[in-house]
Design a protein around this ligand. Structure first.
Ligand code: FES
Length: 168
């Protein structure tokens, strides 16, 4: 098979896989749509199926569950477990809750964007890091705080960023 054909086959496979995932998410929605308080369960299962929760998936869930897209988005951004970007090898979450914001959280965002060459909501080309904003991570006394995978870094300042990233 020529490289061109190979490429085409890959695209077809991907879209078939994509369709399968969407179908699986629709089934999850059907199972839970008439039950009270199941949005988080649906989001959780959808993320397991799709890997992350981009706006199109959030819209599908909002329509299926009979709630607004902005409500679904507020839930997704509130819980640091949910991701709106494809899973990178290392997911960086920057807290911009009140304590972190007033103690320089925005400068951490700027520095990370500069060092990694991506914006919030994006993943580096090599798939190694993604950056997301999150709300309070429960360590306000030691703000500003970032989280990389499951590890929490406290009292971060922009000058520490490169050293922290070098561990990964
Ligand atoms: S506001 Fe950032 S940890 Fe609470």
């Amino acid at each position: 098979m020529s490289p061109e054909n190979n490429k085409q086959a890959a695209v077809i496979d991907l879209s078939a896989e994509e369709k399968e995932k969407l179908e699986a998410i629709r089934k999850v929605i059907d199972t839970y749509k008439d039950k009270e308080g199941c949005l988080i369960t649906v989001l959780h299962l959808a993320q397991e199926i799709y890997g992350y929760l981009p706006l199109e998936i959030q819209r599908l869930i909002a329509d299926g569950m009979g709630v607004t897209l902005s409500y679904v988005s507020s839930v997704v951004t509130f819980y640091s477990y949910f991701s709106m970007v494809p899973r990178a090898e290392h997911a960086i979450k920057i807290c911009l809750g009140t304590a972190c914001y007033v103690r320089g959280g925005k400068r951490i965002v700027d520095r990370l964007e500069e060092v990694l060459g991506i914006h919030v909501g994006q993943t580096t080309d090599d798939g190694k890091f993604s950056i997301q904003i999150t709300r309070c991570l429960g360590a306000c006394g030691l703000a500003p705080v970032i989280m990389i995978d499951e590890e929490v870094y406290q009292q971060v300042n922009p000058d520490k960023i490169e050293k922290i990233l070098s561990k990964y």
